[in-house]
Design a protein around this ligand. Structure first.
Ligand code: NAG
Ligand code: NAG
Ligand code: NAG
Ligand code: NAG
Ligand code: NAG
Length: 406
């Protein structure tokens, strides 16, 4: 963003903005109406209040002063309120927040989120904070462990190497051995918040938003799907960039080059096949697939390659589930396709390698700076700009999100 354009300027420049302008103006006249109404009402109330109590209360409480300071802060007093009330009342807010943010748009919710996170940060950093419940204690411990960069650098890749061996290892670190697919998947979902094949979470039901239901959707792929690159048509380059990122991780985790590249090529091929099974959002909307109510029993019939009850049980432990448990599925076609693919690929070590790569994807943000740098480089190459702060841990934000590590 180079400078600030008023909505009027923006509208004049671009005919597409004309409709927006009309809406904008309608919004403004509505706003004006509401303002006038509330002014009249306000005056009436003020009059009544003044008559009844014999005067206004002074603004000397903490809350009133804070509010006043906020209002004064966002106001641009050099604008005539009769000419541009919005500019007068909110001009400074726009000027401050649009200029300083690197994001293309910024709204009051983003700003509040940022402020809340700063409050959280202050709370976590207060050394003598009375630790009450164990959740708070864990959060503080976790935060401090994430911020202890010296220790993180000293340990290097070792903790992740050990973990990888615990869940069966992978070929190129020399610990490849026969593993049970369902068992590994349960461990990743239950203990490490890693969802390689599908995402499972709890959220409000579509039919009754006051009740929660287990929901299943496709996973969030670290490798951008081809569908995102229709126009630019440089998808092979994206895959190449992601491939070299994985190679770098492989090297950091101590794998020999030649074996690593073969394993990773197979894994990428699998990921690409998996991504092709995803039904585009638009189509899912049109076909009303987004909230398919079903049970674990039916899921087991339609997508038999996964041991659904055990996996969901592991993910939502200690909640007790049975095969009659109602769940909502957002893309049943994907789950069927995924199940077919798993059946097709289950002979080699590809599924295991893919699961390990997902685990590395979840945990490497918490590792030392070499992993951070690799990640930042990947992000810059894929998105052509400097990494967002949320991507690098030890950034406390990421640390708090990954509470499964506690
Ligand atoms: C306040 O409004 C004036 C007049 O439009 C403008 O010149 C000035 O830059 C504004 N101040 C800020 C901080 O945006
Ligand atoms: C390691 O991978 C190779 C080919 O990728 C395969 O032939 C071999 O059986 C695998 N070894 C183990 C122990 O999984
Ligand atoms: C990988 O390279 C090493 C030494 O460079 C060699 O001993 C090994 O046989 C190679 N493995 C494969 C699968 O090519
Ligand atoms: C996982 O468990 C299910 C249910 O027991 C089974 O049908 C499926 O074959 C297993 N998947 C693999 C890849 O072994
Ligand atoms: C399965 O769970 C539901 C609710 O969690 C419960 O109402 C139902 O009785 C359970 N069914 C069996 C067979 O245990």
């Amino acid at each position: 963003m180079n400078g600030i354009r008023t909505p009027q300027q923006a509208c004049e420049e671009d005919p597409r903005e004309a409709a927006k302008k009309r809406r904008c103006l309608r919004g403004k006249s509505l706003l004006l109406c509401a303002l006038m109404l509330s002014t009249v009402l306000g005056f009436a109330l003020l009059l009544a209040f003044t008559i009844l109590t014999g005067g206004l209360e002074p603004c000397d409480t903490k809350e009133c002063l804070t509010l006043l300071a906020r209002l004064l802060e966002v106001r641009n007093a050099s604008i005539d309120p009769c000419e541009d009330f919005y500019g007068y009342a909110c001009g400074n807010w726009e000027a401050n927040h649009l200029r300083t943010e690197t994001m293309e748009s910024s709204n009051v919710f983003d700003v509040l989120l940022e402020e809340n996170q700063l409050i959280l940060k202050r709370l976590l950093e207060v050394p003598q904070l009375r630790v009450g419940g164990s959740t708070k204690k864990k959060a503080i411990q976790f935060y401090h462990s994430c911020m202890d960069t010296q220790q993180i650098e000293a340990e290097g890749a070792q903790p992740l190497k050990e973990l990888i061996n615990q869940v069966g290892g992978w070929n190129f670190t020399g610990h490849g051995k026969q593993t049970d697919f369902n068992q590994t998947l349960q461990t990743l979902m239950g203990k490490y918040n890693t969802f390689p094949f599908f995402r499972a979470y709890v959220g409000p039901s579509s039919s009754d938003p006051s009740t929660n239901i287990i929901q299943i959707d496709h996973p969030e792929f670290e490798m951008p799907p081809e569908g995102d690159y229709n126009e630019k048509a440089n998808y092979p380059e994206v895959v190449r960039v992601y491939f070299s990122y994985l190679m770098k991780l492989g090297a950091l985790l101590g794998g020999p080059q030649n074996v690593t590249s073969t394993s990773i090529s197979f894994a990428l091929s699998f990921i690409s096949n998996l991504q092709k099974e995803v039904t585009p959002l638009q189509e899912r909307r049109e076909r009303r697939m987004l909230f398919y109510h079903t049970t674990i029993r039916e899921l087991q019939e339609k997508a038999p390659a996964i041991d659904w009850l055990s996996c969901l049980q592991a993910a939502f432990h200690p909640v007790q589930l049975n095969i009659s448990q109602p769940i909502a599925v957002h893309d049943m076609d994907y789950l069927k396709g995924m199940s077919r693919l798993i059946g097709k690929w289950q002979k080699g070590s590809v599924l295991q390698i893919y699961m390990i790569l997902c685990l590395v994807g979840t945990l490497s943000p918490a590792l030392d700076s070499r992993f951070q740098d690799a990640r930042r480089e990947l992000f810059e190459k894929l998105h052509g700009k400097t990494g967002e702060s949320g991507m690098d841990c030890p950034s406390w934000r990421k640390c708090l999100i990954d509470t499964a590590l506690l």
